[in-house]
Design a protein around this ligand. Structure first.
Ligand SMILES: Cc1ncc(C[n+]2csc(CCOP(=O)(O)OP(=O)(O)O)c2C)c(N)n1
Ligand SMILES: [Mg+2]
Length: 541
C-alpha cells in the first residue's frame, strides 16, 4: 500500500497495465493528473495542438503498433474535441483509453454552469465507448484501469472513457497496486461443434473463398488465416481494415475487393462457400453494392452481434480470430493441401484493369508511391480521391501498414494518424495521403511532428477543391457546383514555416522521386502535389 494522489495512482496504474504513451493537452481540470505522470518512468507524454489531433495520433499509434493508446484531456471542450476520434475508434474497432479531468465531484450533472461543464458527460461519451466511468477515489484507479484494459483486450477493441474529478485527482489515499495477471485475455470456450461443422462444410467445398477483415489484424491472425486458406486452396480477399492480413504478393492474395467487390462478381458467382473472419460486413466494407456472396457463409468474429447481422451465416463461431483459425485448421485435419481453384494473377489483373478504366491517374500515382516506399512503410489515408482508392489500389505487404479511417470517415485523420503510427513504430516511415481540404483540418499537428522528431511525409494532393464532392456534383447533379471551391495556402511554404522540409511539385510524375528523397532524408516533409484529374472515388456510382 502506498500513499498517493489520484493523479499518481492513475499514472502508476496506466504504466502497470503496459501503457507507455499518452497524447493530450493540459488544463486546470487535469493538471493533477498530468502531475501524477511527472515521476513515473516509461510514460511518454506527447503534447498536441488539438484534442482531435491527440485522438487521431492515439488511433494511428494503436493501429500501427497493436498496443492500447491513451489520451488525457480536459472536460467539456477537451472531451467534445476528442469525441470525433472516439467515434472513429468506436466504428473502426481501435482500443483508445480516453481519460479526462472533471469538475469537483459535488458539482457534477446539476447544470450549475461550472467552467468546462459538459452536462451528463458519461452519457455523452457512452455513445462512442464500450464503457464510460468516473473515479470516486484514488484507490479505485488500479482496478478501473485494469478493467478498462481487459475490456479492450478481451473482445472487439473500442474506446473506454474514464473521468477523474479534480478533488479525486488531488486527494491522497493509501492505494494498493494490483498483482500482474497473465495477459488479461478472456479465454472463453469456443463452440467445438460449430468448428467441426465449419471444417466439414469448408472441407467439402469445391470452390471456397476467404474474406479477411480487421479482426484478423487485431488478433495477429494473418499466418493462421493463410494456413487455413492454403489447406483449402482458397483465394483470400481482404476488407478495408483487413489490408495486410496476407501480403498482396502472396500466391493466394486478391487484395482488397470488398469496398468494390463487384470487381470480383464472376468469381463470387463461382465460389460455393465463404469463410469470413473478423468482418461485420459494414456499409463501407460491403459498399451497399449487394455483391452476391456464395450461398454458404461461415463467419468467425469475436463480437457475437456481428455474426449474421448484415449477411446471414450458415455457421457462426464466436471467438478470437487466431484461436478460432488454429482450431479450424486442426479440425480440417492433415490432408493434402489443395491447389487454389482460381487463377489468382488473372483475377488481380481483372481488378487492376477495372480500376484503371475508372481512375487511371490515381493508380499511376499510387504505383509511383509504392515503388518509392519501403515494403513496411505505414500509409495513412484521408478522405481524398487518392486516399479513397488506396485500400483497393495500393499494394500492402504487412499488417498494420495501411490505416484507413473507414467507417467514420473523418477528414483530417491522415496527418495525426501518421504521426501517432510513427511514434508507435519508430522503426518505420509513415506517409499521410491528404487532400488540400482534409490536410487543413489538422495541419497544425506538424508542430507536434517536429517537436517529437518523427519521420513523417505528408503528401497534399491539391486540386483547390473538396474534390470528391466537386466530382459528385459534376457527375450526379449536372455540374451544379456549390461549396466545393477552396482557397489554399502555399502548402510547401506552410510546411517550412513549421520547420519541415517543403517540396512543391509541378506535376504528378515528380511524386515518386520526391517521396524517395523524403524517405532518405528522414524528418518531416510536406509535399504539395498538384492534381487535376477527373477520377471519381470508388464509391461514386
Ligand atoms: C469531418 C468531415 N466533414 C466532411 C466530410 C465530407 N467530405 C468527404 S470527402 C470531402 C472532400 C475532401 O477534399 P480534399 O481533402 O481536398 O480531397 P479531394 O476530394 O479533393 O481529393 C468532404 C468534404 C467528411 N468526410 N468528414
Ligand atoms: Mg481537394
Amino acid at each position: 500500500m502506498t500513499r498517493l494522489t489520484g493523479g499518481q495512482a492513475l499514472a502508476r496504474a496506466l504504466r502497470a497495465e503496459g501503457i507507455d504513451v499518452i497524447f493530450g493537452i493540459v488544463g486546470t481540470h487535469n493538471v493533477s493528473l498530468f502531475d501524477g505522470l511527472y515521476d513515473v518512468a516509461g510514460l511518454r507524454v506527447i503534447t498536441t495542438r488539438h484534442e482531435q489531433g491527440a485522438g487521431f495520433m492515439a488511433d494511428g499509434y494503436a493501429r500501427a503498433s497493436g498496443r492500447i493508446a491513451t489520451c488525457l484531456v480536459v472536460p467539456g471542450p477537451g472531451v467534445t474535441n476528442l469525441m470525433t476520434p472516439m467515434g472513429q475508434a468506436y466504428l473502426d474497432s481501435v482500443p483508445l483509453l480516453a481519460v479526462a479531468g472533471q469538475n469537483p465531484s459535488a458539482r457534477l450533472d446539476q447544470r450549475l454552469e461550472e467552467f468546462h461543464e459538459l452536462h451528463r458527460s458519461l452519457d455523452v461519451t457512452a455513445s462512442v465507448t464500450l464503457r464510460s466511468t468516473r473515479l470516486h477515489s484514488p484507490a479505485e484507479a488500479p482496478g478501473a484501469i485494469r478493467a478498462a484494459v481487459q475490456l479492450m483486450r478481451s473482445g472487439r477493441p473500442r474506446p473506454v472513457f474514464i473521468e477523474v474529478p479534480m478533488d479525486v485527482a488531488a486527494a491522497e489515499q493509501d492505494v494498493t497496486a494490483l498483482e500482474p495477471t497473465e495477459d488479461g485475455l478472456a479465454r472463453a470456450e469456443m463452440d467445438a461443434e460449430a468448428i467441426d461443422q465449419a471444417a466439414h462444410l469448408l472441407g467439402e467445398a469445391r470452390k471456397p473463398l476467404v474474406l479477411a477483415g480487421g479482426g484478423v489484424i487485431c488478433a495477429e491472425a494473418g499466418p493462421a488465416l493463410r494456413n487455413v486458406a492454403a489447406r483449402l486452396g482458397a483465394p483470400i480477399i481482404t476488407t478495408v481494415h483487413g489490408r495486410g492480413a496476407v501480403p498482396d504478393d502472396d500466391p493466394l492474395a486478391l487484395g482488397d475487393g470488398w469496398s468494390r467487390l463487384d470487381f470480383f462478381d464472376p468469381l463470387l458467382a463461382e465460389a460455393d462457400v465463404c469463410l469470413a473472419v473478423g468482418t461485420s460486413f459494414g456499409t463501407v466494407n460491403d459498399a451497399s453494392r449487394g455483391s452476391k456472396l456464395p450461398h454458404s457463409l461461415v463467419q468467425i468474429d469475436i463480437d457475437p452481434t456481428a455474426i449474421g447481422r448484415h449477411r446471414s451465416a450458415a455457421i457462426g463461431i464466436v471467438g478470437d480470430a487466431q484461436r478460432a483459425l488454429d482450431r479450424l485448421r486442426s479440425a480440417l485435419g492433415t490432408g493434402a493441401y489443395r491447389e487454389v481453384w482460381c487463377d489468382v494473377p488473372a483475377w488481380r489483373s481483372v481488378k487492376r484493369d477495372a480500376i484503371s478504366r475508372v481512375a487511371e491517374p490515381v493508380l499511376r500515382l499510387l504505383d509511383d508511391l509504392r515503388e518509392a516506399l519501403p515494403r513496411d512503410a505505414i500509409v495513412t489515408d484521408d478522405l481524398c480521391v487518392a486516399g479513397y482508392w488506396a485500400p483497393l489500389a495500393f499494394d500492402v505487404f504487412e499488417p498494420r501498414t495501411l490505416l484507413h479511417p473507414g467507417m467514420w470517415g473523418t477528414l483530417g485523420y491522415a496527418l495525426p494518424a501518421a504521426i501517432g503510427a510513427q511514434i508507435g513504430r519508430p522503426d518505420r516511415v509513415a506517409v499521410a495521403l491528404c487532400g488540400d481540404g482534409g490536410f487543413l483540418y489538422t495541419s497544425q499537428e506538424l508542430s507536434t511532428a517536429l517537436q517529437e522528431g518523427v519521420n513523417v511525409i505528408a503528401i497534399v494532393f491539391n486540386d483547390h477543391a473538396y474534390g470528391a464532392l466537386k466530382l459528385f456534383q459534376d457527375r450526379l447533379l449536372r455540374g451544379r457546383r456549390i461549396g466545393v471551391k477552396l482557397h489554399n495556402p502555399d502548402f510547401a511554404r506552410l510546411g517550412e514555416a513549421y520547420g519541415a522540409v517543403g517540396v512543391k511539385l509541378r506535376k504528378t510524375t515528380e511524386l515518386g522521386d520526391a517521396v524517395s528523397d523524403a524517405v532518405e532524408r528522414g524528418g518531416v516533409t510536406v509535399i504539395e502535389c498538384p492534381i487535376d484529374f477527373d477520377a471519381p472515388p470508388p464509391w461514386m456510382p
